[in-house]
Design a protein around this ligand. Structure first.
Ligand code: ADP
Length: 343
């Protein structure tokens, strides 16, 4: 896998553009239903002069989970302490973080599905009763000590709701799914970012980028920056539709936003008769990480109606054959009737 792939779900250095992040709920574009709910949470908590309830956001990478968490911190006027499931290795690591929180602070835990079991056991009572049970000393002299914690808020983010234990899920007062953005919202996001980064962009250029960014703000921002380079080198610096079109073709991002890896996923299944085939088999066939396929490719391919997930594996639909211009092999309806959750 090359490191300059556009459609990776992982954060990269080029994404660290804090200035592009909306600061307040009123500046958040799209996700209207979630934003409405969050406004109510904020108003209610402020009126009661209480910290926010624990919140869980789930959805594909780059969709705004971290952004909304920082926005919640700004709305409440509290600090947001960011961390991530894999970064908290031992129970002691979490205890150290918790004891440094102040009343009302937000602890943002990204990839919360990757928290270890021992860490979870410390987190549950902390979330529920704001206490920390620790063992002091060793051997026969060891004592259980209970510390009171300030009332804080956990905001968890995950791409895989299904991997969260029901014990952890039940600790969250509010759980929100973030969906892919509409084309209209994507257009606004591209235009706003172009304005803030002072990249001359016309309507056609912005809408070309928006329509190929697979409903994901992080991808839209990456595409915008790559197209800016192209516009500087091959054009007069302005992003127009023909410039965006040419640049994105060169980047191998097609008009629906599919890149090489999406196409290879589909083709690997088609080569095996259209499926059903298992995730691990696909990952091995195309030498990609199964996490990338599951988190980044599949949700979008499913949303496009190109891929189905069935208990026996993944199948490709006729729509995908048509998109790839591969003759459909005449099978009867491959579309499964079984509904499976995305995450
Ligand atoms: P996640 O935590 O879901 O992986 P992020 O919150 O890091 O995603 O968002 C990725 C990028 O997309 C951020 O840099 C942010 O600037 C931008 N972004 C996310 N949501 C929005 C939004 N609703 N409006 C404008 N920009 C957004």
């Amino acid at each position: 896998m090359t490191d300059d792939r556009l459609l990776t779900g992982k954060r990269r250095k080029e994404d660290q553009d804090q200035s592009l992040r909306p600061q307040l709920l009123s500046q958040v574009i799209g996700q209207e239903r979630v934003v409405e709910n969050l406004k109510i949470l904020v108003s209610a908590a402020k009126a009661r002069k209480e910290p926010l309830d624990h919140i869980l956001f789930y959805g594909p990478p780059g969709i705004g989970k971290t952004t909304l968490s920082t926005v919640m911190g700004k709305e409440m006027g509290v600090n947001v302490r960011p961390t991530a499931g894999p970064a908290i290795e031992r129970a002691g690591d979490l205890a150290a973080i918790l004891t440094h929180l102040r009343e009302g602070d937000i602890l943002f835990i990204d990839e919360i599905h990757r928290l270890g079991k021992a860490v979870g056991e410390i987190l549950y009572p902390a979330m529920e009763d704001f206490v920390l049970d620790i063992v002091v000393g060793k051997g026969p002299a060891a004592k259980n000590v209970r510390l009171n914690l300030p009332r804080f808020t956990v905001i968890g983010a995950t791409t895989r709701l299904a991997l969260l234990s029901s014990a952890l899920r039940s600790r969250f007062g509010a759980i929100y799914r973030l969906d892919f953005y509409s084309l209209e919202a994507m257009n606004l996001i591209v235009k706003r970012a172009a304005e803030m980064l002072r990249i001359p962009t016309d309507e056609g250029g912005a809408s070309e980028i928006a329509s190929r960014a697979r409903g994901t703000p992080r991808i839209a921002l990456r595409l915008l920056k790559r197209v800016r380079d192209f516009a500087q080198v091959r054009g007069d610096g302005t992003i127009t539709r023909p410039i965006a079109d040419e640049a994105l073709d060169l980047l191998n991002v097609d008009h629906l936003g599919l890149d090489d890896i999406d196409r290879r996923v589909l083709i690997s299944i088609i080569e095996k008769g259209g499926g059903p085939i298992g995730l691990e088999t696909i990952a091995a066939a195309i030498s990609e990480e199964s996490d990338t396929i599951m988190d980044v490719c599949e949700p979008y391919l499913i949303q496009l109606g190109f891929l189905d997930r069935t208990p026996r594996g993944r199948t490709v639909t006729r729509k995908a054959y048509d998109h790839l211009k591969i003759p459909y092999n005449g099978r009867d309806d491959q579309t499964s009737t079984e509904q499976n959750p995305l995450f």
